[in-house]
Design a binder for this molecule. Structure first.
Ligand code: UT7
Length: 331
């Protein structure tokens, strides 16, 4: 029999970032850059960087424990664990299975999604549909990256941009049908893949002495191509998500876009007509944490008291492969 539909709500949020902070001045000792250029072109002032030996799953675990505590849900109550990441502990198994084990639970479905910076919202959309259809009750959704492990610390055009961290939410059925996830808009454009990717480590260029020597195991990016596609696509996804919920930009209480570059965030906010005070920004303190950026921002916005019951949130992400996702959520 087909299950009944119901609405999914975010019940708990948590985040965890490494203690170590790397400033723009620290970076200027590694590559030919400076604080003024980085702030002007990106808005980034610092980023958090994990210590050698630390694993992505360590940060996923810390973020998950906070989200579970806020939701009042135990790990054994979870039906599903799903993590958006491009920097899992290992190529396989899914880091979600390692997080499951570290949480001291077992049995529930666990998998990762590879959608670059859109990995968290892609994952949340999957969990939402399982819960909406009543297949499952509770899901742990994580967005996490240790990008410092795949950044080329000799390439000034990329190494200044990225940071490490994790964010997590626990989602479950909403008790109030007015509240929860209202709409989705998701997309990708595979034609853009060469503008942002890591050439080494996959089946085309498996690890070899040669691939290491050629620096293939690092992020390669055509920054200005990605910039233009990001602005256009973030605007499109946000507009469609609002339309799908029967809402307008002026209904948005807090816009939480992917935190890649302050200029992208400002351009998208302006194109959408959302007032600057309703746009959440923390890229200055974390850099671009890819799949982790939206759940870290959510945790911070909540901690700062910027989200109240009944508020309309618009979450919006963009990443490699031009993956993009936006969702409207009534808190
Ligand atoms: O998460 C989604 C994926 N990523 C993104 O969303 C990133 C999107 N792209 C961007 O944010 C921007 O394109 C960047 C911040 C990466 C670059 O900014 P830009 O304004 O597009 O600069 P550019 O690449 O056009 O470079 C301008 C100049 C170049 O010098 P010349 O050729 O004009 O002499 C670069 O060599 O700036 C130079 N440059 C730097 N200078 C100092 C590039 N990186 C640096 C640096 N410090 N770190």
């Amino acid at each position: 029999m087909l299950p009944t539909l119901r609405r999914t709500a975010i019940l708990g949020v948590g985040s965890a970032v490494p203690e170590r902070v790397m400033t723009n001045d620290d970076l200027s000792k590694l590559v030919d850059t400076n604080d003024a250029w980085i702030i002007e072109r990106t808005g980034i002032r610092q980023r958090h960087i994990a210590e050698p030996g630390e694993a992505l799953s360590d940060y996923c675990l810390k973020a998950a424990q906070k989200a579970l505590a806020m939701a009042g849900i135990t790990p054994d109550q979870l039906d599903m664990i799903i993590t958006g990441t491009a920097t899992a502990d290992y190529q396989f198994p899914a880091v979600s299975t390692i997080v499951q084990h570290k949480l001291g639970t077992s049995g529930q479905m666990a998998m990762d999604t590879t959608a670059a910076c859109s990995g968290f919202l892609y994952s949340l959309s999957v969990a939402d549909h399982f819960i909406r259809c009543s297949t499952y009750d509770y899901a742990l959704v994580i967005g996490a990256e240790l990008l410092s492990r795949i950044v080329d610390w000799e390439d000034r055009s990329t190494c200044v941009l990225f940071g490490d961290g994790a964010g997590a939410v626990v989602v479950g059925p909403s008790e109030d049908e007015e509240r929860g996830i209202l709409s989705w808009s998701l997309s990708a454009d595979g034609a853009t893949w060469p503008s942002l990717y890591m050439p080494g480590g996959g089946c085309i260029n498996p690890a070899s002495e040669e691939s290491v020597k050629d620096r293939l195991h690092f992020i390669k990016m055509e920054g200005s191509d990605v910039f233009k596609t990001a602005v256009r696509t973030l605007q499109e996804r946000a507009e469609v998500a609002l339309e799908n919920a029967g809402l307008k930009p002026e209904d948005v209480d807090l816009f939480v876009p992917h935190q890649a570059n302050l200029r992208i965030i400002k351009a998208v906010g302006k194109r959408l007509g959302i007032a600057e005070e309703n746009v959440f920004v923390n890229v200055d303190r974390y850099g671009n944490t890819s799949a982790a950026s939206i759940p870290i921002a959510l945790a911070e916005a909540l901690g700062e008291g910027r989200i109240k019951k009944g508020d309309l949130l618009l979450l919006d992400s963009f990443g490699a492969g031009a993956t993009a996702a936006a969702t409207c959520i009534r808190w």
